[in-house]
Design a protein around this ligand. Structure first.
Ligand code: UDP
Length: 197
């Protein structure tokens, strides 16, 4: 079996390398449908049990990865281990490395304003072939939210990174999946804070 369920959620048995391959294929194929990558942690897994909307988000995601160490441990306990943990932060770094080789474009949404600016600078400096088409901090109201979505739509990035914390990022991606005009969208928690140092 190449996939096993944890609390009803099927997590595929894929490595970081496999994950990057899947994402690269999606970016290269340039399909109009947004590919939502969800890095699964115990909070999302638990909330899914009583939150039908979150459940739909997980069910409809293009790819799930085992972000939380708890997820990896449960699989190990069940005697059905996952090949490795694929955290949002590690995955984002690998995506940026791949993006640098292939000249992908990004939009960075989330974190506070200084962190957003710094993360954008660090990425641009470290990965010169990556274009950060736009960025916005993650503390916005409904009116601003609509403007941000319009901006992303107009810029049409290869990758939309949403650092709002889980499951806020996943909900936003799901809500606007038909409007975002990006190839791949991923919620990454505090990864921009880590990149910004
Ligand atoms: N954040 C945000 N807007 C909010 C709340 C949080 O942009 O309204 C950002 C926060 O600045 C941080 C990230 O979302 O960069 C949350 O990271 P955390 O590690 O808490 O996320 P989790 O790992 O729980 O998904």
């Amino acid at each position: 079996e190449n996939c096993s369920k944890i609390m009803g959620i099927p997590v595929p048995k894929i490595t970081m390398t496999d994950t990057i391959e899947v994402i690269s294929k999606v970016v290269t194929e340039r399909k109009s449908e947004l590919f939502h990558v969800v890095t699964l942690n115990p909070e999302i897994t638990m909330s899914c049990q009583h939150d039908q909307q979150l459940r739909s988000i997980i069910d409809e995601a293009g790819l799930l990865t085992a972000d939380g160490i708890g997820i990896v441990m449960v699989y190990r306990l069940k005697g059905n281990p996952l090949p490795e943990r694929v955290t949002g932060c590690d995955l984002l770094i690998k995506m940026l490395e791949t993006a640098n080789q292939n000249k992908w474009s990004f939009y960075l949404l989330g974190a506070d304003e200084p962190t957003s600016i710094k993360a954008s600078e660090v990425i641009t400096r470290s990965y010169p072939n990556v274009s950060v088409l736009g960025r916005h901090h993650g503390f916005f109201n409904k009116v601003e939210e609509a403007q941000i979505i319009e901006e992303i739509q107009a810029l049409s990035p290869d990758v939309l990174v949403v650092a709002l914390g889980a499951p806020a990022a996943e909900r936003l991606i799901y809500k606007y999946k038909n409007k975002l005009n990006a190839r791949v969208a991923i919620g990454v928690g505090g990864s921009l804070d880590i990149i910004a140092g």
